[in-house]
Design a protein. Structure first.
Ligand code: NAP
Ligand code: MG
Length: 400
């Protein structure tokens, strides 16, 4: 059989623990037999990050800027315990954080649906994708534990000496105080990433904040989105037959629950944090969540939303059988291959990505799945298998 051709390499970011094992199996069983795979390989496994003083993470982000599409395996973000476990020189920063900062990107998370694992919300028929702004607000706050009576003020001192001053509150007794900020540039990047991604997957984009209460702060988010939409994306959205709209977050929540799904919901940092956990849980399983980082200039990095599944890896090292779910990692590969195919005008590569996803879903819907899904299964009989057997079952379907 002739393999499917690629022209530009994918940026391949290998990772750690159980997902590193799955990574190799996915390539060996599901990709390389069918695709003449071209990648530029970066080993983001913790030992190699340590050897290179984390330079490999920076190099992989630069390669993503150059080529435009990356696929990433889950990686360990070191903590004190990992320092000893891996004998590290330094407590390296989260690779995802480094890559996100270098690409100035926004993360979009979407569940993979299979019939047999029903969403808690009965009306949901298609995935809901959450876009979370990943800068500022309460995550970069300053707080004061107010000891007693006194005046709290908000003061801005410009570099030109200009001063803006407002009274926050005249305290008569103890209380609490918080200051938060955001940046026009960061909000604009967030908006561009959202519009780009909506166009890329041809789905409506919803954006919600609390602008009726926060008449300057949240209202600025609303205004920046609207201005960028009107000046840069309106015509493209109309041509693609998709819609952008802004609505108050209370209204958005009600509409989301009544919806059929199949759209992107952009949220401020805190709202996105909370709503993405709600959406993920209501759709079923963390092992079935995909994640894609999109930069404002349209570079894409695909990955699974879960981590390296450490508990399973320790069992694997002891020689025990593991049933770790590879679906989100498979979809990271299919997402990246499809995007590469789209950019390089390779319809066969795009079709392969569709077939790989279909073979994966069909395998599960035929009743063959990993243990985590078997626990959620509401369909007729199912067989829980180990990761390798699950991948082999998908490979068989794909070959057929
Ligand atoms: P995790 O790897 O997502 O796993 C947490 C638990 O969720 C697992 O123990 C497992 O539950 C279940 N689970 C997650 N993915 C699964 C899958 N594919 N198949 C079956 N079960 C799955 O999170 P963690 O244990 O908190 O973190 C482990 C490491 O991953 C950490 O070092 C962290 O830094 C890193 N991490 C990386 C990323 C990333 O690279 N994007 C994201 C998050 C965490 P049971 O054990 O009950 O079966
Ligand atoms: Mg959270």
């Amino acid at each position: 059989m002739e393999k499917i051709r690629m022209t530009t390499p994918l940026v391949e970011m290998d990772g750690d623990e159980m997902t590193r094992i799955l990574w190799k199996d996915i390539k060996d069983l599901l990709i390389c037999p069918f695709v003449d795979l071209k990648t530029e390989y970066y080993d983001l496994g913790l030992p190699h990050r340590d050897e290179t003083n984390d330079q490999v993470t920076v190099d992989s982000a630069n390669a993503t800027k150059k080529y435009g599409v990356a696929v990433k395996c889950a990686t360990i973000t070191p903590n004190a315990q990992r320092m000893t476990e891996y004998n590290l020189h330094e407590m390296w920063k989260s690779p995802n954080g480094t890559i996100r900062a270098m690409l100035d990107g926004t993360v979009f998370r979407a569940p993979i649906l299979v019939s047999g694992v029903k969403p808690t919300v009965r009306t949901w028929q298609q995935p809901i994708t959450i876009a979370r702004h990943a800068y500022g607000d309460v995550y970069r706050n300053v707080e004061i534990d107010v000891p007693g009576a006194g005046k709290a003020e908000l003061v801005f001192t410009g570099e030109d000496g200009q001063e803006i001053r407002q009274t926050v509150f005249q305290f008569k007794g103890p209380g609490i105080l918080q200051g938060v900020h955001n940046l026009d540039a960061s909000i604009a990047s967030f908006a561009h990433s959202c519009f780009q991604y909506a166009l890329s997957i041809k789905q409506d984009l919803w954006f919600s904040t609390k602008d009726t209460i926060s008449k300057t702060y949240d209202h600025t988010f609303k205004d920046i989105f609207q201005e960028i939409y009107d000046t840069t994306y309106k015509a493209q959205f109309e041509a693609a037959g998709i819609e952008y709209f802004y609505t108050l977050i209370d209204d958005a929540v009600a509409r989301v629950v009544r919806s059929k799904g199949g759209f992107i919901w952009a949220c401020k940092n805190y709202d996105g944090d909370v709503m993405s956990d709600m959406i993920a849980t209501a759709f079923g399983s963390l092992a079935m969540m995909t994640s894609v980082l999109v930069s404002p200039d349209g570079k894409f990095e695909y990955e699974a939303a879960h981590g390296t599944v450490t508990r399973h890896y320790y069992r694997y090292l002891k020689g025990e059988e593991t049933s770790t779910n590879p679906v989100a990692t498979i979809f990271a590969w299919s997402g990246a291959l499809r995007k590469r195919g789209e950019l390089d005008e390779l319809p066969e590569l795009m079709a392969f990505a569709d077939k790989l996803e279909k073979a994966t879903i069909d395998t599960i819907e035929a009743g063959v799945m990993t243990k985590d899904l078997a626990l959620l299964w509401e369909g007729s009989e199912c067989t829980a298998v180990n990761s390798r057997a699950f991948l082999e079952a998908i490979a068989q379907r794909l070959a057929a």
